[in-house]
Structures are given as C-alpha cells and as structure tokens.
Ligand binder design. Structure first.
Ligand code: ARG
Length: 420
C-alpha cells in the first residue's frame, strides 16, 4: 500500500466500527488536538467492513484504511497455532489473541508511513488486548505513543451513547448486542452481561457459528483432513488453501455444535473471567493435528513438544508474539513438522468431534510389535530383564536398608498395609 506522509499531527486508530471506537475518533481529536486516521483490519470477521471503513470518514477520520489480512492471518498466525496445538489453559484456541499482533503490525506500519506520533486502540484497562497491542507496538516501533481512550476517559456505555448522540456520531444500524464480542477466522469470543455469572449456563442466543442445540443433526458426519508438513491441505479429499479450509470447516463442524468452549480463564492482568467461545475449526484441527503427531512423532518428542506448546500458548495469550523466545519456539516447532503428513478422519456428532482414523506414511505405529495376534515379532522374554533393571531403584532401596530377604518381606508387607 502506498501511503504518503501526513502533514500535521495524527493518531492512527484501530477501528472496529463499534460504539467505542466510533466515539474514540471524536474524543481523540478533541482531547489531543490531532487528526485521526482509522484502520480496519479484515481477519475474517463476518461483518460489512467496507461500511465500517466508510463510516469512519463520516465520523471525522481524515484517512480510513481497510486492510485485507485474511491470508496473512491464516498462513502465518493460524498456521503457527495449528503446528503448536495452541490452547491457552488447555481450552482456548487463542482466536482473539492471535489476531492482535497482526492488527498492531498493520497499525504500526501505516503509522510509520504517515509519520504519525500516536497509535490508538479501543481496549479497556482490564483486559489482555491492551497488553497485546502495546507490546507489539513497543517491539515494532517503540517511538509510537499510545492513546487508549476507553482506559483514559472513564465513560460507561450510556455516557458513550449520549456523547455520540450529542455529536451526531453515526453508529452501526444493528442494535448493539448485550455482550462484548470479537471474531475472526479462528473463532468468536463472547463475554459480559449475564455470562458473568459463572453458575449460569450460557443461553443459546450467544452462539452464531454453532447451530442451536435443538438443530444438531441426528446422524454423525465424517470429515477427513489431509495434513502435509503439519498443516491441513485438503478437506474431504478436496485441496484448499488454509483460509478456505478453516472457513468451510467452521460451517461443517458448527452445524454439529462442535467448538463451543465455556472457560473460566486467567487473564494476564490477574483477573479471572468467564469467557465463551465458538471455534469449530480450531478445536477440530488442533485435535486432528495432535492425533496425527501421536502417530508420527516419538514419545520423547511429544513430551518435550507439549512443554513448548504450553509456552507458545502463554506467550500468544500474554502478547509476546514479537519476542526472542517466540522466534526460537517457532523455529523448534517448525523442525518437528516435516513428517506430520497424513490423513485424519473425524466424526462430528451432537456437539463433539472424535478422531476415528489415522493414516500416515511416516507412522511409527508398528502392529508387528503391538499385536496380540499372529505375526508378533516382539520377544516377550526380554521384558523380564527390562523390569529387573528399571526396578532396581525401587527394589534396591529395601535391599540397601536391610539387606536380608525376610526383612524385605516385612517391609513389603508394611508398605502394602500402609497403602491399603
Ligand atoms: N478473553 C479472550 C482473550 O483475552 C477474549 C477477549 C475477547 N474480546 C472481546 N472484546 N470480547 O483473548
């Protein structure tokens, strides 16, 4: 994108088109006496972003940018999440978190080209997103100063609506939802309002990507995903680019109610919060990828990789996408994926997905060793020696302590009694 320098002071605002950021344009202009450029980044949210970008100009922005980053989001951020089986606290596929560094990078790049002094975002002071944006700005261009209107102005939702009405700010036509939501290709987050009571089951109307419980099909549906070098390349035998595959699988798995997550989550800022997500593709693809890794990677590799995956997920969640450790973890993970090639079959039924078939030319699973039937090549007699050696530390302690076999027996008896 060719962007010329802006003559005068300007702030570059991450714009979603919602109430907060619409009010923010005006507020920043009044409070900081600067012009505002807005940036809408398309990461696959199912909204009319062109309308939002146009409305930013109506609401006083001097420049409005709409950046289509769907492919980059899929091929860099989602791809990395799949290879790393990314799940924060074992539950959340990090959909919102993964898009933040990408949005921040687009903002920083436009701000730098415009020669802007400020970047701005509409995050509250209580969430993770402010941290993710600002850590990315620091890593990419530490000169940029941050304006965070929501954190600074102390207005509640009603104040904002009154502020917008007084200044003729144009808002979205649709009624604002009672929940705070965020969406992109990798998932949808829903929080706030009645969901804040952790004892209450989420009402069906919070869901948009997963069909209503009453409409989950009565028959299971099978999907096959082919992976190559750790990434899905085709769905039900049809080759697709990653962004398409994720979108299509969101629809298929969503129809069966797969991908609903109700999570009591630990925010980076120290608050526990109740979060709901719909991430059909993310849940299914990570599950399938992990199962395929189970077939082709060694036990040692799987164990060690899971610690790397946890660290990766934590870094994404906490906003350290652009960091030295992240770079190194990504390099390690890339080095594990060459043989993660094969086919995974998954059954979708009534809100759950189950891996029910695995195939790979790199499989380490040897039926000749595992079978209980004819064709067994495993020499069972070797296990006696194996157990003798691995058992030395446990048997040896009793021997070392008492030295005679009748005492040993009493020790053993005592241990059994204690355990009972
Ligand atoms: N708790 C999630 C996270 O920190 C989701 C935040 C979603 N934001 C929102 N506006 N609803 O990644």
């Amino acid at each position: 994108m060719k962007i010329s320098r802006y003559q005068g002071d300007i702030a570059v605002l991450a714009y979603s088109g919602g109430l907060d950021t619409s009010v923010a344009i005006n507020w920043i202009k009044e409070k900081y006496s600067v012009e505002v450029a807005t940036v809408v980044v398309d990461v696959g949210q199912e909204e009319d972003l062109k309308e939002a970008a146009d409305r930013a100009l109506d609401n006083g922005a001097v420049r409005s940018f709409l950046v289509d980053s769907k492919e980059e989001f899929a091929n860099t951020y989602i791809a990395e999440a799949i290879k790393s089986n990314a799940m924060y606290e074992g539950r959340y596929p990090l959909s919102t978190a993964l898009a933040r560094p990408l949005i921040a990078q687009k903002l920083a790049s436009i701000a730098t080209k415009l020669g802007a002094k400020y970047v701005a975002h509409g995050c509250t002071g209580k969430g993770n997103d402010q941290v993710r944006f600002e850590l990315a700005f620091k890593a990419l261009n530490p000169e940029l100063r941050v304006i965070a209107p929501i954190r600074e102005w102390n207005m509640n939702r009603d104040d904002e609506i009154a502020y917008a009405a007084a200044r003729g700010i144009k808002l979205r036509k649709s009624q604002p939802s009672r929940y705070s939501t965020d969406e992109n290709l990798w998932g949808r987050s829903i929080e706030g309002s009645d969901l804040e009571d952790a004892s209450v089951e989420p009402p069906e109307d919070i869901y948009q990507w997963t069909s209503h419980m009453d409409r989950w099909p009565d028959k299971p549906e099978y999907v096959t995903v082919d992976f190559e070098g750790g990434l899905p390349v085709s769905l039900n035998g049809k080759p697709m680019k990653l962004s398409e595959l994720v979108a299509e699988l969101n629809a298929i798995a969503g129809k069966h109610g797969v991908g609903r997550i109700d999570h009591l989550e630990d925010r980076f800022v120290g608050i526990k919060s109740r979060e709901n997500y719909e991430c059909p593709s993310a849940v299914l693809l990570v599950q399938a990828h992990r199962a395929l890794e189970g077939l082709v990677l060694s036990k040692e590799m799987l164990q060690f990789k899971s610690t790397v995956e946890n660290k990766f997920s934590e870094l994404v969640y906490n906003g350290f996408w652009f960091s030295d450790l992240m770079e190194s973890l990504r390099t390690f993970t890339a080095s594990t994926q060459a043989e993660v090639t094969g086919q995974v079959r998954v059954r979708l039924f009534k809100g759950s997905s189950t891996v029910c078939g695995l195939k790979s030319e790199h499989s380490r699973y040897r039926t000749a060793l595992s079978t209980y039937s004819r064709g067994d090549i495993f020499d069972q007699r070797a296990s006696e020696g194996f157990i003798y050696i691995v058992g030395l530390p446990v048997a040896g302690s009793a021997l070392g302590e008492f030295g005679t076999s009748d005492v040993q027996e009493r020790v053993v008896e005592r241990k059994i009694q204690k355990a009972a």
